[in-house]
Design a binder for this molecule. Structure first.
Ligand SMILES: Cc1cc2nc3c(=O)[nH]c(=O)nc-3n(C[C@H](O)[C@H](O)[C@H](O)COP(=O)(O)O)c2cc1C
Length: 176
């Protein structure tokens, strides 16, 4: 028996899925022709496999930055730290020069790492799978290192640390 597919409004989908707190990760590489840094913010970054070490994230098919990162095949993921809200805003914008007001340095692969981040993972793209209006990127981990401090967290449309967002003691949900 096949049940009928219900209609899910995109806004309702976003509202409810926003109850899942996520880290805030900058995926960044270099445009092969110019060498300029290119990057975007993702909340979908996660570990996928231990042996071999793989990570994954999903990127919208409308992304203008992923097509710039994709050709080289190498990128760094920087897990943003509490207090790096300005980096999140810059890298999730549509500005031409997203890195102008952002401190960054090169990984051993030459890919951009965000300075002062909570952790860094240097990666090589292994596979891309279709996922609706996103593609799921699977990547090999080449090296990784933890920084200090606390992570930046995204929860119900707000950015902050665990304590100020009240993730550990959240306000009542208003979403039906
Ligand atoms: C907290 C947060 C999480 C996000 N997660 C994703 C994500 O997982 N995948 C994605 O494609 N865009 C995500 N975005 C949106 C992109 O960062 C944003 O659309 C960006 O402007 C894309 O830029 P581009 O067109 O230069 O690629 C997220 C934005 C924020 C603020």
């Amino acid at each position: 028996m096949t049940l009928p597919s219900p209609t899910i409004e995109p806004r309702h989908f976003r509202d409810v899925m926003g109850h899942l707190p996520t880290g805030v990760v900058v995926v960044a590489g270099r445009e092969p022709t110019t060498g300029n840094p290119a990057g975007l913010v993702v909340g979908t970054f996660q570990s996928l496999s231990l042996e071999p070490p793989l990570v994954s994230f999903s990127v919208a098919t409308t992304s203008s930055s992923w097509p710039k990162i994709r050709p080289a095949g190498y990128f760094s993921a920087s897990v943003l730290a509490h207090g790096q809200d300005h980096v999140c805003r810059a890298l999730s914008s549509k500005h031409n020069d997203k890195f102008a007001a952002v401190d960054w340095h090169e990984s051993l692969d030459g890919t951009p790492q965000i300075s002062g981040a909570h952790a860094w993972i240097d990666c090589k793209t292994a596979q891309e799978l279709e996922g609706g209006d996103h593609v799921i990127v699977i990547a090999e981990v080449r090296r990784l290192q933890a920084g200090g401090g606390e992570p930046l967290v995204f929860h119900r449309g707000r950015l902050g640390g665990y304590r100020e967002l009240g993730v550990l003691n959240p306000p009542p949900s208003t979403t039906k």
